[in-house]
Design a protein around this ligand. Structure first.
Ligand code: SF4
Length: 378
């Protein structure tokens, strides 16, 4: 049996000798465990001959390796079967990463195939009209992303001959591609060893380390754990763990592959309480005549969903005692109760009668599409 090193080593780790705050934060039990394993690996005699700094270094390396092995093993067995994981084609990886920003996976799955059917290559996307791109994006929200996607496709075709830059630094030159997205595409599509940090990664690492890291310290922590041989899989594995096991509320620690290395094994104490959702009621008029529906266009300079088409918003029913139907809709921090009234459009309102068969090609807001679907207008 391997004899444990003396307690002085542990207390030195706590003082940060060669260890740094990052590893100290892993917690005493974890450090003891990693040193025990490391000592076993090198043999006890050799271990005792090592300097304290060398012992800590070996312990750290061992700890990172074990974390990567457990996490990737779990990911290989349990990763969700998502359509964008079938390919490492940078166009598809890029598209999925942009779609997944601020949008649920289920909603992205619905739109991903259809978007690729309409625009199967970056060249086809670059050549499309903006209205067609926005129409294909309809339902995903945050339409600025679609405009940036379109602009970036044009840059890739015009300046890079249709080939995406193969590094995170090169990808950041594209419109709408920030640090996270560039690292995600570079690691997944091109195997560049760069770490990602998003909300899921932050939560997992903060709980693992028992420390509220932020900014560059968080990027450093993610980079130091990264698996250099499988960077894309590793990045996806940490995000997958955050999305399915280490969830914001009630993490499923009993099924977590790295539970033995986790400093908190639960939510990090002192977490700020989530702000309660605001409630709002809004009313829309739904007018249908001769196979067309009346829609209005949002101003071109609107801060949200500029230029998109929607049903006219009204004060309330046009003398009717109850709405035709009601539905719920949430946008970021607001939960809307949406009441829809038939034949309530004020006659002075400027808009257009759009034939129902053309609706699929119109850039509708997500809420407008939801209302029309509920009213069974395709
Ligand atoms: S043990 Fe729990 S808190 Fe720690 S990483 Fe796993 S799921 Fe998250």
């Amino acid at each position: 049996m391997v004899r444990m090193p003396g307690p002085s080593i542990i207390s030195c780790a706590g003082d940060g000798v060669n260890g740094g705050a990052y590893w100290v934060a892993l917690g005493r039990a974890v450090v003891i465990e990693s040193i025990r394993i490391a000592a076993g690996a090198v043999g006890w005699w050799n271990w005792e001959q090592m300097s304290l700094g060398k012992q800590l270094e070996v312990g750290r390396r061992n700890q990172s390796k074990d974390f990567r092995r457990r996490l990737l093993g779990w990911y290989d067995r349990h990763a969700r079967d998502l359509p964008w994981r079938e390919s490492r084609d940078p166009y598809r990886v890029w598209l999925s990463e942009i779609m997944l920003q601020q949008t649920r996976v289920a909603a992205v799955i619905e739109h991903y195939h259809e978007f690729l059917r309409r625009f199967p290559t970056v060249e086809r996307l670059a050549a499309a009209r903006e209205a067609s791109v926005l129409a294909a994006w309809s339902g995903l929200g945050y339409y600025r992303r679609a405009r940036m996607l379109h602009a970036a496709a044009k840059v890739v075709v015009r300046e890079y001959g249709g080939e995406f830059p193969a590094t995170a630094a090169g990808l950041r030159e594209l419109p709408g591609v920030g640090r996270y997205t560039a690292a995600a595409i570079a690691s997944i599509a091109f195997g560049e060893p760069v770490a990602v940090v998003d909300g899921n990664v932050e939560r997992v690492l903060q709980r693992m380390l028992g420390e509220r890291l932020a900014g560059e310290a968080m990027w450093d922590a993610a980079s130091s754990l990264l698996d250099g041989k499988r960077p894309g899989d590793f990045n996806q594995a940490v995000m997958e763990l955050g999305a399915t096991v280490c969830t914001p509320r009630a993490p499923a620690c009993l099924t977590c592959p790295v539970v033995e290395m986790c400093a908190t094994r639960g939510e990090l104490g002192g977490a700020a309480k989530l702000a309660p959702q605001k409630k709002r009621e809004i009313h829309y008029a739904l007018d249908r005549r001769k196979g067309s529906v009346f829609l209005v266009q949002r101003p071109r300079d609107a801060s949200l969903m500029a230029g998109m088409w929607e049903l006219p918003e009204v004060e309330g029913g046009n003398g009717a005692s109850s709405p035709s139907f009601t539905l719920r809709h949430s946008i970021t921090v607001t939960d809307y109760t949406v009441r829809v009234w038939r034949d309530a459009t004020p006659s002075c309102l400027r808009g257009k009668w759009i034939p129902l068969e053309r609706l699929g090609r119109v850039a509708l807001t997500g809420l407008a599409r939801k209302i029309l679907q509920k009213a069974e207008m395709p």
